[in-house]
Write a protein that binds this ligand. Structure first.
Ligand code: ATP
Length: 952
């Protein structure tokens, strides 16, 4: 690879080349003068003009005849020698009315220079350069032509004007069209007396020749004298140079100028040169800028307007100043564009390309920091407004300020930035709230309540699942109890759990005050606390005459899609409510766009248009079909905004020390879902159990039937709950059930929904159990493990999950605890959540208190670390009417009398489930209650007797 030329060598070469060109030009000129008269030239030009040669640009300057002749001939010569470039460059201005008009102006150019001067002056005699840049390689003959064709002042002006009028370089065809643009389009006053006076200067032969050359009987009246010239400007220099502009584009700059061979030679000598065939312009790295400007100073035929704002633009009258003075002011163009983004609570960053002036301005900021990694400058928020105001004075820089939403959210930081992150939140006065509730709050929950009250009761509480969002929400709502009635919108599967939570945490609240909306016929405002599902809300919202002032939305990400009926129903309610408490452990499951409705639910004034939000945070992209908002951008800033003004989120890992190892929760599943037939069957089974005439054995059969009917009745609620969990973004969890019919229904539904799951029940071989367990542990896409309580309660590790759902209860709490420990074991770093689904009006009514009781005993004996009754809602969840008490007593006696579960399970063995109806919620088949032959088909009933009695 050859070494690049030194600057001196390049200069020398260029000088020699210029000298040679000048000599040849002089020679040609002399020959022309000798051989051709001006009259013939005129004729030639006129005729060519009429023959459709490219017309000239507007306000084309006059050309001395001799040079016009010369150029014309050179052009023809170029064309005939196969010049690949369009033959127009020197034809633009030939024979056009405007040339004729402007002809008088050339008198300013010294005659001597025009015809016989040194190269510099010779160039002044010629034509406007082409607008399109020529390809890099140029023939020598062409070089001469172009050399001669440079630097007419008006030509320069045309070039300049065209460039500004068209930010992308216009090709010839456009330039032709452009010539029709009236001179006034550049903002030049018509008939400027000063200009006219200048134009009326001493006449020269050049003028005459030019007049006749341009032939103009078709002069546009009033166009004369429009050539803009600053009084006192050196017309000599202006007349002899070709002017171009440098345009900054990030780290590079582009040169817009007509063709000039010398300049191209300079361009080619710059290491960072790049020729863009699309725009037909050259561009360079900023590192070559000063070299180029220096080189251009040495080219008498070229003037380059320096980049706006650079030193040369102010200090170099010889280079740009003169021509600039002659030209109309350039329209303000934005060459460097960027925006401010927030990088912390205290600082913002200027995300923008390079600009010397901007950097000079940045350096004036007291709080400036240059981040070497990101190569960006950042500043304290209190300097934001000052910086923006200063940047606005730089015409070639556009730095967008932080969006209004951010300046509102961080208003105090913009005024006076505080390094304190975040500011201390005052302790709320909770003296008006039930002491039981207040005293139960864990420290981080108390902090959550303080945060909410500091935000005037409008927030998105996005704590990780199981951290007790319910207790916090109830406490926040209770703080504003004077503004009740309260509306609580929840997934339908947890309506009754919420009712229980209110009863548990606000004992002062009468149960009658709680209205759980169950059907579309119910009233939405019947209670002081009104609990409604999302779906029913959309049916009942029209009932609302007076808006709710306090609203809780559980699982608020259910509102993520603005087009859904639930969202359309909820959003207007949130807009008018005074307090809005949104709860979600997973506010956005896949993309920031999902957060939008929740953000404006809390702060309706934030990002009034989704599009603005989408552009900033969703990497919005225009597609043929519309805008795509599925991406993400500026997430750091979005997080800061949310944390400042909208959301509070703590992860389990943040507060692990405050959490029990297991968080148990009783979920009261919708009893409304149990069909009338199923209820009748359950009642019949319950009755059967307590009929004294029955033998003990028959009673136990009735008991098993009761459990079975319970299982069937719960199926729809269980499925609904599991699907809600999936919709809420729970990624991995276990569902334990006992009856085959429940396990089957669950897996069938998961298949229907294309949810990946594993299933382990009594029919799963030992080898398969291990495999399936490993699959669940290792593969992310296995979302649910459907497990039989008795087949999978031991010997397996599912520590990749931290949530266990018991779809059914089992009378032996020891089995339940073992099942819980499938996730709560070595390898589990999180606190685990256990949800027990309990259905009112079923065997659960008896099983649940019985389990609580038993665990309490185990706890007292040091055999269980937790006491169910202390950690779950509805500690008194138990129907105490005498009939139910009888059933409870019977159950307890059955289990305790027997001393172990074995006898009961034997009873199950003896139960003939062959005739058992698989029709969910169907009527009880009385035949199942009688004459049951022993030891038949036990697996139909209890999924997995073997593993329970003989654990692996
Ligand atoms: N301070 C507390 N004292 C006693 N029990 C608590 C406390 N906080 C939470 N719990 C219990 O922890 C369990 C989980 O609480 P909760 O259901 O409110 O969590 P969550 O954050 O809403 O979880 P998810 O997002 O899964 O719904 C419940 O049984 C609840 O009663």
């Amino acid at each position: 690879m050859s070494l690049p030329l030194t600057e001196q060598q390049r200069k020398k070469i260029e000088e020699n080349r210029q000298k040679a060109l000048a000599r040849r030009a002089e020679k040609l000129l002399a020959e022309q003068h000798q051989s051709t008269g001006s009259g013939s030239t005129i004729a030639t030009n006129s005729s060519q003009s009429k023959q459709g040669l490219p017309p000239s640009l507007p306000r084309e300057p006059p050309k001395p005849a001799s040079h016009g002749v010369l150029l014309k001939q050179q052009n023809l010569s170029s064309s005939s020698t196969g010049d690949p470039r369009p033959p127009n460059p020197h034809h633009f201005h030939l024979g056009t009315p405007q040339q004729a008009k402007g002809s008088g102006k050339m008198q300013d150019v010294p005659t001597a220079c025009l015809s016989h001067g040194p190269p510099t002056q010779m160039t002044a005699t010629t034509v406007s350069p082409p607008l399109a840049q020529s390809p890099p390689e140029v023939h020598t003959q062409q070089l001469l032509c172009y050399q001669l064709g440079q630097a007419h002042p008006q030509a320069s002006h045309e070039t300049k004007s065209t460039l500004f009028a068209n930010t992308t370089h216009e090709p010839l065809a456009k330039a032709r069209g452009f010539q029709k643009t009236p001179a006034s389009s550049f903002g030049q006053p018509h008939g400027d007396p000063g200009l006219d006076a200048k134009a009326a200067g001493p006449s020269t032969s050049g003028q005459n020749i030019s007049d006749s050359l341009c032939g103009s009987g078709s002069v546009t009246p009033g166009a004369e004298g429009r050539l803009p010239r600053a009084p006192g400007a050196s017309l000599h220099k202006a007349a002899s140079t070709q002017t171009g502009t440098c345009i900054r584009n990030g780290e590079r700059f582009q040169v817009k100028i007509g063709y000039n061979a010398q300049l191209i030679a300079v361009f080619k000598s710059l290491p960072s040169r790049n020729y863009d065939p699309a725009t037909k312009t050259w561009n360079f790295n900023m590192s070559d800028y000063s070299t180029l400007m220096k080189e251009v100073q040495c080219l008498p035929s070229v003037t380059l307007q320096p980049l706006e704002g650079t030193e040369d633009s102010r200090e170099s009258p010889s280079a740009g100043g003169v021509v600039q003075a002659c030209l109309p002011p350039a329209p303000s163009l934005t060459f460097v564009k960027g925006r401010c983004t927030l990088v912390s609570r205290a600082r913002f960053e200027a995300d923008i390309g390079y600009s010397e002036h901007l950097i000079a301005l940045f350096k004036q900021m007291d709080s400036r920091i240059y981040d070497i990694k990101t190569r960006k400058w950042n500043f304290l928020l209190e300097e934001h407004n000052k910086l923006i105001a200063l940047v606005r004075q730089l015409p070639q820089v556009q730095l967008d300020p932080l969006p209004k939403t951010l300046t509102l959210a961080f208003a105090s930081q913009l005024e006076k930035t505080s390094a304190c992150v975040p500011p201390a939140i005052p302790e709320a006065d909770l003296s008006g709230v039930d002491p039981k509730l207040v005293s139960s709050l864990l420290p981080f929950q108390r902090a959550g309540v303080n945060f909410a009250i500091a935000k005037r009761g409008r927030l998105l509480l996005a704590d990780d699942m199981g951290l007790g969002k319910t207790i916090q929400a109830i406490c926040i709502a209770a703080f504003y109890q004077k503004e009740w009635p309260l509306l609580v919108v929840v997934p339908s599967s947890v309506r009754f759990t919420w009712e229980q939570a209110f009863l548990r945490w606000l004992p002062s609240l009468s149960p009658d005050c709680i209205n759980v909306v169950v059907t579309g016929k119910d009233r939405l405002t019947a209670g002081l606390v009104n609990i409604v599902s999302f779906d029913l809300l959309s049916k009942l919202e029209k009932q609302l005459k007076t808006p709710f002032k306090v609203v809780i939305i559980d699982e608020s990400h259910f509102l993520k899609n603005v087009k859904t009926a639930r969202c359309r129903a909820a959003m207007p309610i949130l807009k008018v409510a005074k307090r809005v408490i949104l709860l979600s452990g997973t506010p956005a499951m896949s993309r920031p766009a999902e957060l939008y409705t929740q953000i404006i639910g809390v702060r309706p004034t934030f990002f009034p248009q989704f599009h603005a939000f989408g552009l900033r945070y969703c990497d919005a992209k225009r597609q043929p079909w519309g805008w795509d908002y599925s991406g993400s951008s500026n997430l750091g800033e979005l997080k800061l905004l949310l944390e400042e003004a909208v959301m509070l989120r703590r992860l389990k890992s943040d507060v692990l020390a405050q959490l029990p190892a297991k968080q148990r929760k009783m979920v009261v599943v919708a009893p409304g879902r149990i069909s009338t037939k199923a209820r009748a069957a359950l009642d019949a089974a319950a009755k059967e159990m307590t009929t004294h005439e029955k033998t003990k054995w028959q009673q136990k059969e009735a008991l098993l039937l009761f459990f079975n009917r319970t299982a069937e009745a719960k199926i729809p609620c269980v499925i609904e709950y599991v699907l809600d969990l999936l919709e809420s973004g729970r990624e991995k969890f276990l569902v334990f059930a006992h009856h085959k019919v429940v396990l089957d229904a669950l897996t069938k539904e998961l298949e229907r929904k294309h949810v990946q799951y594993i299933r382990i029940d009594g029919s799963t071989s030992s080898a398969d159990r291990e495999d399936l367990c490993q699959q669940f542990q290792l593969f992310e896409n296995h979302a649910v493990a459907v497990l039989s309580i008795t087949a999978a309660n031991m010997g397996l590790t599912f520590s990749s999950a931290d949530l266990v759902v018991f779809a059914e209860l089992f009378w032996n709490p020891g089995v339940l605890l073992q099942a819980e420990d499938r996730v709560h074991r070595i390898g589990q770093s999180s606190s685990v959540s256990i949800h027990y689904l309990v259905a009112k009006g079923t065997a659960d009514d008896y099983l649940w208190p019985m389990i609580q009781e038993k665990i309490k005993v185990l706890g007292e004996a040091g055999l269980s670390e937790t006491n169910f009754s202390e950690v779950t809602e509805a500690t008194d969840y138990f129907h105490k009417d005498p009939k139910q008490q009888k059933i409870y007593d019977f159950l307890q006696k059955s289990f305790e009398e027997d001393g172990s579960d074995m006898e009961l399970l034997e009873a199950a063995e003896s139960f003939d489930s062959g005739s058992y109806s698989q029709d969910l919620g169907g009527t009880l088949d009385e035949s199942t209650l009688t004459g049951s032959p022993q030891k038949k088909r036990r697996f139909e009933f209890f999924d997995n007797f073997d593993s329970f009695t003989s654990p692996l």
